[in-house]
Design a protein around this ligand. Structure first.
Ligand SMILES: Cc1cc2nc3c(=O)[nH]c(=O)nc-3n(C[C@H](O)[C@H](O)[C@H](O)COP(=O)(O)OP(=O)(O)OC[C@H]3O[C@@H](n4cnc5c(N)ncnc54)[C@H](O)[C@@H]3O)c2cc1C
Length: 458
């Protein structure tokens, strides 16, 4: 039994006061459910909050925010738990845990979805597909809609429909003052602008309304070649990517196969006419000799889970990324030189093609500004044995440093890392000043600071 008269460190009110108002449970250290609730995707995160508040509705969130503010207790917000930086948790404060709020509603004639803040893409995609609809989502289906969308959200459909944040139509937000506001084009439009890429800086989002688009059968799957063919595969990928029609989403990856051999892959999703799609990917097929080619007609919700085996919950992760404006021969050689040294079978180097609708949005039209770079290099250090942490982190940092001359000074908050707290200027570039003003309006005391933090004006 919890001692409800106990105070949290630094607090003046006992937790019983909060407990008496909440529908959802409050979990404290020492309880079995607490240990489960403090686990995130990244097994390297080992934070111990004083209280995990498993909210069941917006009122619960309001009570938590008010309690944290009135008692000066640090807070953090947890959606799907996939953020590798581990900012969903904190040490010694309150976690506003939204992971149980996973409801999905397809609205009216079916062109919008209303999504709970704990929903994963695996909750939305199959429901939307029943209506023949989809929106840009994460490429591993257990990823949370919330953190993904608030940070930008790059997925297979971004060439056609933009990033996830471009599809955010409105949101319900509990602000630092405990007020529930709706952000849309008409109400609090600055807040909506900030939520489209500005991360969890502006409050706890308790509901997301997103655009859905009609989608038919896709031509999707993976082609894999032996490492010996890497230079020609990467060149062909670059040429296809630079010329990619909006309907083509694709990624090049350096991976290790199940039998331990290094290999390279191109995974793709084509959403247009199937015959046209075959033409678009012909240069990749012309390379010949793939070890695997399972590109075939697939429904979009199948596409959304085709990389699920690559994301292992609880694995140890250290990630870095960078935008590449010009994928030169030297940049390609630097990437490929590292493939033989990848730490463990879960590690990978991904090169995502950013193009089409995602890159046609003007830089200052949403908080997310990285609109004109065709490639995002995502260095995924991932392994299972804690004894190899130093090796894994070292490999990731090493490749990132070697690639630095090829990057622009821009960062993507969704791929940021444990301990990387200094990337805000790079992440927001020309939008940082406006974001700071909006932060000052909605969170002047910086309660929502467990994130790539946008400081309020002093
Ligand atoms: C296996 C895997 C695959 C991925 N694939 C992609 C991909 O294809 N494309 C891509 O762009 N990214 C991808 N990501 C990155 C992903 O977008 C980020 O990790 C994102 O933060 C995950 O959101 P979440 O809700 O699951 O995470 P959480 O860890 O729960 O949240 C991350 C942060 O978001 C904020 N936040 C979360 N929910 C709320 C809320 N309701 N209100 C306010 N703030 C909130 C908080 O600051 C929190 O610390 C992937 C990550 C993983 C682990």
């Amino acid at each position: 039994m919890q001692d409800k008269t106990r105070l949290l460190p630094g607090a003046t009110a006992p937790i019983g006061e909060l407990d008496g108002r909440m529908w959802g449970p409050l979990l404290r250290p020492g309880e079995e459910r607490y240990e489960n609730a403090r686990r995130l995707y990244n097994g390297m995160i080992d934070r111990r909050p004083a209280l995990i508040a498993q909210c069941s509705d917006t009122d619960d969130v309001v009570h938590c925010v008010n309690f944290a503010r009135e008692n000066g207790i640090p807070l953090s917000v947890r959606g799907g738990g996939h953020g590798v930086a581990g900012n969903a948790l904190n040490d010694g404060g309150i976690v506003i845990d939204l992971s149980g709020m996973r409801e999905i509603r397809i609205d009216g004639p079916g062109s919008r979805a209303v999504i709970g803040p704990g929903a994963r893409w695996m909750d939305l995609d199959p429901v939307a597909m029943r209506h023949g609809l989809a929106t840009t989502g994460g490429r591993v289906s257990s990823t949370g809609v919330a953190g993904f969308t608030l940070g930008g959200g790059a997925g297979w459909l971004m060439g056609q429909f933009g990033l996830a944040c471009d599809n955010l139509r409105s949101a319900e937000v509990v602000t630092a003052s405990g007020e529930v506001v709706r952000a849309s084009d008409k109400e609090e439009p600055d807040l909506l602008w900030a939520l489209r890429g500005g991360g969890g800086n502006f409050g706890a989002v308790t509901s997301f309304e997103m655009d859905l688009h009609p989608i038919g059968p896709t031509l999707s799957g993976l082609m894999m070649w032996p490492r010996s063919m890497a230079p020609e595969v990467l060149s062909a990928f670059r040429d296809v990517a630079l010329d990619a029609p909006d309907e083509l989403g694709l990624v090049f990856a350096c991976v290790t196969t199940i039998d331990g051999s290094p290999a390279v892959t191109v995974t793709l999703c084509w959403t247009g006419d199937i015959g046209e799609g075959q033409k678009a990917i012909a240069p990749l097929r012309a390379l010949g000799r793939p070890k695997t080619d399972n590109v075939r007609i697939m429904d979009y919700d199948q596409v959304q889970s085709m990389l699920d085996h690559t994301g292992v919950w609880g694995s140890r992760n250290y990630w870095r990324s960078g935008f590449i404006p010009d994928l030169s021969m030297e940049a390609m050689e630097t990437i490929l030189r590292d493939t033989e040294r990848m730490p463990g079978r879960l590690s990978a180097i991904h090169l995502w093609c950013h193009h089409g609708a995602a890159n046609r949005v003007p830089e200052e039209a949403t908080a997310y500004p990285n609109r004109s770079y065709p490639f995002n290099l995502h260095i995924i250090g991932a392994w299972e044995d804690p004894a190899t942490d130093a090796e894994g982190v070292g490999w990731t940092k090493g490749l990132w440093e070697r690639m630095r001359p090829h990057f622009v000074d821009r960062a993507y908050v969704n791929f940021d890392n444990l301990g990387e707290t200094d990337r805000v200027r790079s992440a927001y570039g020309p939008n940082l000043e406006r974001l700071s003003s909006i932060k000052t309006r909605y969170d002047p005391d910086n309660m929502f600071r467990s994130n790539q933090n946008i400081a309020p004006r002093r």
